[in-house]
Design a protein around this ligand. Sequence first.
Ligand code: SF4
Length: 74
Amino acid sequence: MTPHSGNVPAVPDDDDPAQRPFPTSICHGCAHLRLTGNKRGSIFLQCGEPSRPKYLPQPIVRCPVRRAIAEPTP
Ligand code: SF4
């Protein structure tokens, strides 16, 4: 495991942040987050924000360019 990935089930439930690597990372819930994976079942958190490196040491606790995904209104 690297600082950028975590071993999780081969088919994680993308709707459940608790099943993703680094569930405490503030990247979860950010519109710039992309989840990528490899054949060995590792899932990577990739940042799609152009001013940030694609792969940052996780878990991220502060980010000046975080853009929260709008929560659906009940
Ligand atoms: S913009 Fe910040 S919070 Fe959002 S995915 Fe990139 S590093 Fe994470």
